[in-house]
Write a protein that binds this ligand. Sequence first.
Ligand code: ADP
Ligand code: GN1
Ligand code: MG
Length: 368
Amino acid sequence: MSVEFLEASVAPHFRIDGEFAHAEPFGSGHINRTYLAHYRNGNGGLRYVYQQINDKVFTDVPAMMQNIARVTDHVRGKLEGDPDDSHRRVLTLVPPIARTDSGYDALRAEDGSWWRAYRFIDGARTYDTFDDPQRAYRAAKTFGCFIEMLADLGGDRLHETIPAFHDTPKRYADFIAAVERDPLGRAIDVKDEIAFCERNASLASALEDLRAGGSARECVTHNDTKVNNVMIDDLTGEGLCVIDLDTVMPGLALYDFGDMVRTATMPVAEDERDLALVEVDSAMYEAVARGFVEGAGGLLGPQEREHLVTAGRVITFECGMRFLADHILGDTYFRIHRPEQNLDRARTQFALVDSLTRREHELHRPTS
Ligand code: ADP
Ligand code: GN1
Ligand code: MG
């Protein structure tokens, strides 16, 4: 999809008070396609974020958009302080001009592709990696507060936008099925990585066992708490706004904690090739744990607090298996920018699982 298509066939259908100037690809997500669009109006420039939604991954876009509207409305209702600042603290959808009868704020373009628009959050940015424990603390607290604010979301259970998203035993079964199918004959070259998964198979059920035993309870979670899904205020350094809400649905708080550990405690990029650099940073881990526990408060029960490191190991293992399965199946799910990128991503995840496992006992376990 091109910027030209966005300008000609998407942007004119959204309720924006200004004249389209230009747009460019934006962000580094693996699933959707994000664009930053610049508009001219009487007062100068305005910016909006457009996203082409990956409808192979999110097969029921209206259901997903209904979730996002409910969640953002609920959070907006809870924000205190300066009302003019509330659009920086929660995503604001821009409705299409011809809003659909069922009331979801997405556009089906003439070629069948799905699009949505958000107000641009000024004076803030996302980071693909963190190197500062204070920033990690603030980001983790922002994610923790986010699920805490959603704990009393009323009404029907949210739609499961991707069923069994963090069902790690199922992810393991899917991974084994990918190895067995091996459509491109790639499995032979990744024997060590496959063996790693097989050796760690029992880890896959750790969180689901806690759930089944009543030690971890379901709540509304974000489910994709990588560090670049929280905007950080440029001036204050505070965690400002949780973004990328496509996977907000029922889950375990430990999923969100685990995914923060996966991205915030490793000092290098997800596709780093030098695995010697992949080592959990204990100061970053401590900051993430403290921030998340403070933000989520009572949502984390005593058993869950005991299993914070486990959550990091499980979700990192799960993500590694997903990357490796996608490599074996021909890179059809996660977007890649070079050959073997999903394999490199899988390798960093497995190296981080190893590091977390080795250092489990020295990592801080907050109890309050
Ligand atoms: P993806 O599914 O591609 O990860 P995201 O929703 O995370 O999509 O957006 C990609 C990037 O675009 C983010 O990391 C962030 O930097 C930027 N972004 C997204 N929404 C906004 C917004 N409303 N205002 C400013 N920047 C945004
Ligand atoms: C994807 O869309 P993005 O890049 O924020 C993926 C996450 C993975 C992540 C790995 C819907 O997130 O589950 O953890 O890549 N999102 C989906 O970087 O599958
Ligand atoms: Mg994202």
